[in-house]
Design a protein around this ligand. Structure first.
Ligand code: PMV
Length: 327
């Protein structure tokens, strides 16, 4: 395909309930373990990709600001992959908007690379089914493989490019919410890519945690399928805290906990003692995401705000990535 072509896509952030942490193959982004996530309605990325006939450096804009350095190289490398697959040359203009604080452990790379994968492949004339799109998005950011789907998604670790992809999970009648404690929305100290590599290479706790992931996944999958919030929450919380234990044991340690993070985790325990089903999960940042019944969302948000002194946002399950007409 030649000439100027353009496409716009929207993808939503997902939060893993059984985490992906650690790559077996960094080039292909093949993880050590399979993971399972919930896609969120409240946080999303909208991305327009325009391919020009002229050659030159790709230009990338995020929330109105030019993206430079390593972040831009990552997008360039991803676009090279798409161009090579489509047999196309010419530079790309990428314009992306995040309805989520970037780089704060709110998994903006999941929605970001899922939206980029869909917009760039469509603009290039590649017609990918959802599995192929998930595999492509994975190359940008592992968690993006799951943001191709709405609701709940399972990313099969696989062992090569073909076998490592996400698929949607049956979850009839399961409609929990996540209360997000926005402890700190500034850019995080260590990005997930570097933190992951350091953990795999140096943490004596990494392999034991990865070894327990298959059992967590099996329990989680069954719990999601029978819409059992308490079972989902219990596995999610232990899996996430275990992941953070692997990081704390890395050399040097990767520590994302802030004082308000601990305060939010304490509030979750207090809520449970008071009989409210509330369970915490955390990613590569200090924010705490609390899974609970929709009917308890206000009470949970209020308790967490009071304990952690930070704002909160509430998200339900969100839709799959899709192409849109630019506004
Ligand atoms: O997709 P990445 O490279 O940003 O890694 C995400 C890792 C976690 O968010 C911490 C866990 C997960 O499964 O999403």
């Amino acid at each position: 395909m030649t000439g100027e072509t353009t496409a716009t896509a929207v993808a939503h952030v997902n939060v893993a309930l059984v985490k992906y942490w650690g790559k077996r193959d960094a080039e292909l982004v093949i993880p050590w373990t399979s993971s399972l996530s919930m896609t969120l309605d409240a946080f999303r990325t909208t991305t327009t990709v325009r391919f020009l006939s002229a050659e030159g450096e790709d230009e990338v804009v995020l929330d109105g600001e030019p993206v430079t350095g390593v972040a831009r190289q990552r997008v360039n490398a991803f676009l090279d992959l798409v161009r090579a697959r489509a047999g196309r040359v010419g530079k790309a203009l990428v314009d992306s908007e995040n309805a989520v604080p970037t780089g704060a452990g709110l998994a903006s790379s999941s929605s970001g690379f899922a939206a980029l994968a869909l917009a760039a492949s469509s603009a290039c004339g590649l017609e990918l089914d959802a599995t192929a799109l998930s595999r492509l998005a994975r190359r940008g950011s592992g968690s993006a493989s799951r943001s191709v789907f709405g609701g709940f998604a399972l990313w099969h670790a696989g062992h090569d490019d073909k076998s490592s992809y996400a698929e949607p999970l049956e979850s009839k009648g399961f409609d929990p919410v996540m209360v997000v404690a926005l402890v700190d929305t500034a850019h995080k100290s260590v990005n997930s890519r570097d933190a992951m590599r350091r953990t795999v290479e140096t943490s004596p706790l990494f392999q034991p945690w990865a070894g327990s992931a298959a059992a967590d996944l099996k329990e989680m999958r069954a719990a999601v399928e029978r819409a059992d919030l308490d079972a989902v929450g219990e596995v999610a919380e232990r899996n996430a805290l275990g992941m953070h234990a692997t990081m704390l044991a890395a050399r040097p340690a990767v520590r994302y906990f802030a004082p308000a993070t601990v305060a939010a985790l304490d509030a979750v325990l207090a809520l449970r003692r008071a009989g409210i089903s509330a369970y915490a999960t955390m990613d590569a940042g200090p924010n705490v995401k609390i899974l609970c019944h929709r009917a308890d969302a206000d009470a949970v948000a209020e308790a967490v705000r009071a304990a952690a002194g930070c704002p909160t946002a509430v998200a339900g399950t969100g839709p799959a990535a899709r192409l849109v007409t630019p506004s």
